[in-house]
Ligand binder design. Structure first.
Ligand code: ZN
Length: 291
């Protein structure tokens, strides 16, 4: 409990390069925020726990994590990062560490489901019933929220690993996904752009074909989401999306892909995160169970 008697909520946005931490009285009322580099699991989790200890006594904790993760509450592996290729992190019991250390209720989901939840409730999706959040950076991932609930199934969504139709001017590149080669992440993530053109998208001139190619691939994901889920809002965030004009290109291309099929339009909107870079952290705080 904080001095004011309101429960203190803790949030962890667990990423492959850094952990972003916050405490607050609500997801949008952050009292303190901190970043910790992602080192080996033992060191990182200890550093995270030490920071929370210095903030007072948290009553509940939400974790939005990079994946893959186990989300099935009935599984013994719930709250674990599972088979990540990130050295040392496979089978890391993220939720278990904090449950043991702080003895508070813990909410756990993917980083993108957390961000989708925050955008749905407090950001770009406030007027909608369904929202997808896509991040395009070192990888590509997506989360989907329907009527306030993140979509879970047999596992969690892996939207970065769909197979787009190759662009006419991109027939040679084999893609960099270790599992699939030319899946969406293998074709359109930051490292895939770098592998193909030796520069980030924002470094390439505005008339470079890369802009059209990447926008086309991302629009194919947006089109698929609209076709499969009828999502009303699709939010695109992540480092690659800070490229000038990319969001507009994706939006235009998505409309083109659907124009001849969806009668009267799809009613969808493609937007930048309403919460900016804070979507993931706000999502983590939202995942904390109410106490
Ligand atoms: Zn893949």
């Amino acid at each position: 409990m904080s001095a004011a008697g309101q429960p203190l909520i803790g949030g962890i946005e667990a990423g492959g390069t850094k952990f972003v931490l916050a405490v607050g009285h609500s997801p949008t009322e952050i009292i303190a925020r901190h970043e910790i580099p992602t080192l080996d699991p033992a060191t990182t989790l200890k550093n995270v726990g030490d920071w929370f200890e210095g903030q007072g006594s948290i009553s509940t904790l939400g974790i939005a994590s990079f994946g893959p993760v186990e989300l099935d509450r009935s599984s013994a592996l719930w709250g674990h990062i599972t088979n990540t290729p990130k050295p040392g992190w496979a089978n890391c019991d993220l939720a278990g560490y904090f449950a043991k250390r702080f003895a508070v209720p813990i909410g756990f989901d993917t980083d993108v489901n957390g961000a989708a939840l925050a955008e749905y409730e407090h950001g770009a999706g406030r007027a909608a019933r369904s929202l997808a959040y896509i991040t395009v950076g070192t990888g590509i991932g997506g989360g989907l929220v329907f009527r306030g609930k993140p979509a879970h199934g047999a596992a969690h969504a892996e939207m970065g690993h769909i197979f787009p139709r190759l662009h006419a001017n991109d027939q040679e590149f084999k893609g960099i996904c270790p599992h699939h080669g030319d899946c969406l992440e293998g074709l359109a993530s930051g490292p895939a752009i770098m592998a193909r053109w030796g520069a980030s998208l924002s470094e390439l001139p505005a008339d470079h074909i890369a802009h059209e190619i990447i926008a086309d691939y991302l629009a194919q994901l947006a089109h698929s989401l609209i076709a499969i889920t009828a999502a009303e809002i699709i939010v695109f965030g992540g480092g690659v999306m800070s490229t000038d004009g990319l969001l507009e290109r994706v939006s235009e291309r998505t409309s083109e892909l659907g124009a001849r099929y969806f009668p009267g339009g799809t009613g969808h909107k493609i937007l930048a995160p309403g919460l900016g870079h804070n979507a993931g952290l706000a999502g983590a705080l939202m995942l904390a169970p109410s106490v």
